[in-house]
Write a protein that binds this ligand. Structure first.
Ligand code: BDR
Ligand code: CA
Length: 330
């Protein structure tokens, strides 16, 4: 069993990652910290509670509110992808009697701020705790700046972020989580605790098509299936209009669906055999105008011994992973 803390900015794919993590017996989710990214941290924290509400857990992990602003840059959000509320606008849905369809879990948000909770957990589980970062790396970088000694005792940091031999999804060169807070990402990648990165190069290999989703949840009346159906509508439409129309021109493929980026780090922890990774020295461009937030690594060469090494996931058995995902979240 691996003890993990999930740092997240929900986000539809963050929700899928939380479902997968909380339904993986290999993992024990000790805490969840929120951060500004897809939506502002206030909304992100509410979304964590809504996601936990969907799961109807007996034992709810500690939830703490993290940082509202990136280290240096002004915040950029992604409501155009994930909906105004970050979860495909499910907050507007009502039952027949007019009550909200989705209610938050019955739990209090911790009075400890997110960064302090990360440090508390790192001290409480030295050499054991894995941090899974599914949003901008602001909270993790602040925890490193506050108490590097405690943070050195993390076992590993698994990050969804970056794009190496693939176009970015915010700019040509930058992936969203790194683009929002490149200074934080640079700090985390240079810190020296082992980092395993799931960049767009890997996450773009997994496509959850509308057809697949509907086949998987057809006839099911459970709350997770209902959530999957409701929360993905806006994202599917965004991808149809802005992602597949362009990619089909480049690659001559016709498809639809969404990527479930944030679910991959969870799979990397529980089923590493589904993934191929290489060692690399990863740097982040924090200054560039056209290249701000770009992740840079030479994936062809072994990194120099004096450099901090990251593992970069380059390949995933996409179909195996998707099948596993649906088996687990049922
Ligand atoms: C990442 O950005 C966010 O929009 C997603 O939740 C994911 O973490 C993908 O670039
Ligand atoms: Ca995310």
């Amino acid at each position: 069993m691996q003890r993990i803390l999930i740092d997240t900015d929900p986000g539809v794919d963050d929700a899928l990652a939380l479902f997968l993590a909380l339904k993986s017996p290999e993992l024990r989710v000790e805490a969840i910290t929120s951060v500004s990214g897809n939506v502002h941290v206030e909304q992100a924290t509410q979304n964590v509670l809504t996601i936990l509400g969907v799961l109807e857990l007996d034992e709810v992990p500690i939830v703490a509110k993290g940082e509202a602003q990136p280290l240096v840059k002004p915040l950029v959000t992604a409501a155009h992808v994930h909906g105004e509320d970050g979860l495909g606008n499910i907050s507007t849905l009502r039952n027949a009697d007019g009550s909200p369809r989705y209610l938050p879990a019955d739990t209090e948000i911790s009075s400890t701020p997110g960064v302090a909770l990360i440090l508390e957990m790192a001290r409480h589980y030295p050499d054991e705790l894995v941090v899974v970062a599914l949003g901008p790396l602001t909270n993790i970088a602040k925890a490193i700046r506050t108490d590097p000694v405690s943070m050195r005792r993390l076992r590993n940091i698994v990050v969804m972020g970056g794009a190496f031999e693939e176009y970015g999804n915010v700019t040509t060169t930058a992936e969203f989580n790194i683009f929002v807070d490149p200074h934080a990402a640079q700090d985390v990648f240079n810190f020296g605790v082992p980092v395993h990165i799931a960049p767009l190069d890997a996450t773009n290999q997994v496509v959850l098509t509308g057809e697949r989703l509907h086949a998987e949840i057809a006839g099911r009346r459970d709350s997770v299936s209902q959530f999957l159906k409701d929360s993905t509508v806006a994202c599917m439409e965004f991808y149809r209009q802005h992602v597949w129309s362009r990619r089909s021109l480049q690659a001559n493929i016709e498809t639809d669906g969404i990527h479930i980026h944030d679910a991959l780090p969870i799979g990397i922890l529980t089923h590493p055999a589904y993934f191929e990774s290489v060692d690399a020295y990863v740097q982040v461009e924090t200054e560039g105008n056209l290249t701000n937030g770009m992740t840079i690594a030479d994936l062809r060469e072994e990194p120099q011994p004096q450099h901090p090494k990251a593992r970069v996931c380059v390949k995933v058995e996409a179909e195996t992973f998707l099948t596993h995902f649906f088996e687990r979240i049922r």
